[in-house]
Design a binder for this molecule. Structure first.
Ligand code: JFZ
Length: 441
């Protein structure tokens, strides 16, 4: 008996997850209070990084295309980012006014930035040999930044995964069940060792990935950490790439908590949590001399996202040295200094009631309505009236009063010739009631 138990114990240590563990009957959903807290953060740092930065091509996607497979898959042997400092990255995020950070633990190329026991294709077999995910998790804790992990479903490198992009068809030697077991074990390591606040899934569009698998993995994660936030890219979209690939909205049958518009600002949505992910330049991972967004574009993107009631996960791709480009660090600092002055109109606000446009976006908190003015079209800004509420006072945030008129179902604010901020001048309208109760106008 003892021998059998010992054997079972040994087996369960080697294989902590049974290949076909049934989906738990009652999958716990993430509490609304947790999601409300997430949406209060508004601004996070996305980091796409790996050995591919040595080539400067796109992470995952360039494998077998811009970079031949044999070359791509051996880049890790030269990956030695000796100037990497988790503290410096996290400080860069903090100084930018970012409240959370999401690192690509594993992208579509399969390389793991943490010392996983489940694949030798990981950072410990590079010359660097340090746990990048772990160091970031520690630094985030130290600086009060919420630590989050990106994890791809599809893995074009793993022989157990049936599709190896660059090669035709389904690999008959692959073993999808075994692949999913590995995935669950890797996620278990990540949750146990790094305690992520949120998991950012991706790579859910290829045929081997089904909703049964998604549910199995979801239940597994929620058993390990019921409050962890999960994006909407765990659910399979392989059956319905066209309609299903619309991950901009949170569908009724979502497996996950929030929608993920990519490289575009999400639409105003007062019901479902969402987060736009967007690159500071054009590529997710580092590209030399990549075209970087202007400060105006960066600030207005954040204001329009908040104005639509969403979060912004803003991406940088660090260099193979381990550093984030100096010009990108500077751009992020500039965003941070804008936020130091105007942050109260972004953090913990709700978007609306007006839909963001090229001229302005609106955010609100309590009896305050913030108008983010992007450009001066004339000496007056006319807005539709606020049903049932009166304006008590209008002023620039941290600035002077603004004359205004309210009549005939319209509000007209007098706009001075010289705006206080060239990128986003924030106007505060103090109301005689709760701005958050206004319907979308
Ligand atoms: C995905 C990743 O592929 C990309 O590398 C990055 O990590 C981003 C945040 O998420 O973006 C996609 C997803 C799907 C397609 C293209 C980019 N697609 O189906 O063409």
């Amino acid at each position: 008996m003892k021998q059998i138990l010992g054997f079972l114990l040994l087996i369960s240590t080697i294989f902590p997850v049974a290949a076909q563990s049934p989906v738990a009957g009652n999958i716990p959903h993430t509490p609304k209070s947790v999601l409300d807290d997430f949406m209060d953060q508004r601004f996070g740092m996305f980091i796409h990084w790996g050995p591919v930065s040595l080539r400067g091509t796109e992470i995952g996607w360039s494998r077998a295309y811009e970079v031949p497979v044999a070359e791509y898959d051996n880049l890790y042997k030269q990956f030695n980012p000796t100037l990497f400092s988790a503290d410096q990255w996290v400080k860069t995020a903090k100084d930018a006014g970012m409240k959370y950070l999401t690192i690509t633990s594993k992208h579509h190329d399969g390389f793991c930035l943490w010392p996983t026991a489940w694949s030798s294709y990981n950072i410990m077999n590079s010359p660097y040999k340090k746990d990048i995910v772990g160091e970031l998790a520690r630094s985030c804790k130290k600086y009060g930044i919420k630590f989050c992990v990106y994890f791809t479903v599809l893995d074009w490198h793993d022989p157990d995964y049936p599709i190896h992009r660059g090669r035709e068809g389904i690999d008959p030697k692959a073993d999808m069940k075994k692949f999913v077991t590995t995935m669950k074990n890797e996620l278990q390591e990540i949750i146990k060792n790094y305690d992520p606040y949120m998991l950012w899934f991706d790579g859910n569009w290829e045929s081997p990935w089904t909703d049964e698998y998604a549910q199995e993995v979801y239940a597994h994660i929620k058993k390990l950490k019921p409050d962890v936030i999960i994006n909407n890219r765990l659910k399979s979209i392989s059956q319905n790439i066209e309609a299903g690939s619309d991950q901009n909205v949170l569908h009724q049958d979502a497996i996950g908590d929030y929608a993920t518009p990519e490289q575009k600002i999400g639409e105003l949505n007062m019901n479902d949590p969402w987060e736009t992910c967007m690159t500071i330049a054009t590529q997710w991972s580092w590209k030399p001399d990549d075209q970087m967004k202007s400060l105006k574009e960066c600030i207005q993107t954040l204001a329009k996202t908040s104005g639509g009631n969403g979060n912004l996960l803003f991406n940088v791709g660090p260099m193979p040295s381990g550093q984030i480009e100096a010009r990108q660090v500077k751009r992020l600092q500039e965003m941070g200094s804008w936020l130091k002055t105007y942050g109260e109109s972004i953090y913990s606000t709700k978007g609306g009631p007006y839909k963001p446009n090229e001229i302005f976006a609106a955010t609100r908190k309590g009896n305050k309505l913030y108008i983010h003015l992007f450009q001066r079209k004339s000496d007056g800004l006319t807005l539709p009236a606020l049903p049932g509420l009166k304006i008590l006072k209008a002023r620039f945030l941290k600035g002077s009063k603004l004359p205004y008129k309210a009549s005939n179902g319209q509000i007209t604010l007098s706009i001075p010739e010289q705006l206080p901020d060239p990128n986003d001048s924030v106007i505060v309208l103090e109301l005689d009631g709760n701005a958050e109760s206004l319907p979308v106008i």
